[in-house]
Design a protein around this ligand. Sequence first.
Ligand SMILES: Cc1cc2nc3c(=O)[nH]c(=O)nc-3n(C[C@H](O)[C@H](O)[C@H](O)COP(=O)(O)OP(=O)(O)OC[C@H]3O[C@@H](n4cnc5c(N)ncnc54)[C@H](O)[C@@H]3O)c2cc1C
Length: 464
Amino acid sequence: MLTKRQFLIAGSTLATLSCAPAQKKSLHADVIILGAGLAGLNAARLLASEGAKVLVLEGSNRIGGRMYTLDDVPGRPEAGGQQVGSTYARILSTADDLGLNIVPPAPGGSRDKTLAINGDLLNASDWAASPHNTFPDALKRFTPDSALFVAASQKNPLEDEYAWRELAAQSDLSAKSFLEQSGFDEQSLKQIDIALNANSLDTYSMLNVWRSLVIFSQSFQGGSSNEIEGGAQRLPEAMAKSLDDGTIKTNTMVQGIDVDLNGVDVHTNQGTIRGSFVISTLPFPVMKKVKINAPLHEATREGINSLPYTQIQQVHLTVENEFWKNDGLPTTMWTDTPIERVFPVRNANGETVSLTCWINGTGTKPNVSDQEWKDLAEKTMLDLRGAKTTASKVIRWDKNQPLSGGAYMHWSPNQAAKIAENMATPAGRLHFAGEHTSHLHTGMEGAMESGDRAAFEVMDLMSS
Ligand SMILES: Cc1cc2nc3c(=O)[nH]c(=O)nc-3n(C[C@H](O)[C@H](O)[C@H](O)COP(=O)(O)OP(=O)(O)OC[C@H]3O[C@@H](n4cnc5c(N)ncnc54)[C@H](O)[C@@H]3O)c2cc1C
């Protein structure tokens, strides 16, 4: 790694060269970083600590991107990233550096679950004998939201977190084909599709599932998942605060990127800003709408155009009666109704104070208004459980959300072998980071990993 002094010298040399009269363009920063989520903030902190002049452009008025704590909803539910695995080394050490505690989830959690299926309510423990269950005999006791993982874990071809890229060509079939080969009928597939962490079984590669299983199993060896005390968003907020004043420009929407031999112009709603290098952490559905003039690798271009993002919508409901005491069933639910799954949000005393209805993939309705969603969620909970609730918020991680386009990337079948290796290849002075470009981890730690990589790519160039 460069010393601070070497890096400063390299940076200022570049800046001087780029400001030479022949170019008539002055630099606003050594490195412009697009996006103030975990990836962008991690890259910014690393580069700033080495003396680079960094500018972070953020389209929203909020810091954190997909780390989003709903501070105004009872129990402070997380709308985005929440669970911190034991292998999240960068998240854990950054939190520690910034004085944030990592704590266990609120007390009172349970794996028990209610299933609402074809108008019947049953405890998940009765699922194996239910007439609605047509799963293969060996897997009958697993609920529709766990069956894919259980079946996949029995046949995981990946040995470690590196193997998904190496085996991408041989082991890349759709979740639908895998489940059919494992003996699931059409009715079972529909049930499993409801809780799928993607858009549909046939457009979801099994590589995603096997990769997650490897990561989960490593993480479980170190203990169960924890959370950031006070809310997940406190981490990006603290990272932002650790940067010099003026480093982050919020409400600055990136609209175009022009790369030339000496620098990069970033066109925004606040004007054009020039840097020696740019690191873009923008999710690819967002990049698709940005006008890019750069020598993009074919794999990057294809990723920008076609990388799928899991569509998620959430309806947050405040609980007004202890409805679970009336029917004696668990509060957590898997349903075949439009609200799909329901998770209780507990306060520090373990009391359920709000609910999150979690809708994935084909169940999302990007064009349905917030009010329609709220009415539907309240009515469904009343009809199913006699639950009196007030819907307070709808969160959309869907294709119409201009700052993300979805919750997180996943691979479609046969895509990873084609583009994973080169999707984050720098295009001249334009570098790429963000959870979608990570190699070893996914989620929050993947975002941090990608920020490290991109920052080091730029440091290398600045020092050469
Ligand atoms: C519902 C949900 C649950 C999750 N649960 C977990 C979990 O439990 N554990 C886990 O590890 N991970 C989880 N994740 C994933 C994790 O939150 C993300 O992987 C991570 O936060 C992504 O960070 P990032 O920096 O790559 O992207 P982002 O956080 O999306 O950062 C990109 C930034 O770019 C900004 N931006 C977008 N467009 C523009 C533009 N045109 N101009 C300027 N700025 C722009 C955005 O506002 C955003 O701040 C979850 C995510 C979601 C949505």
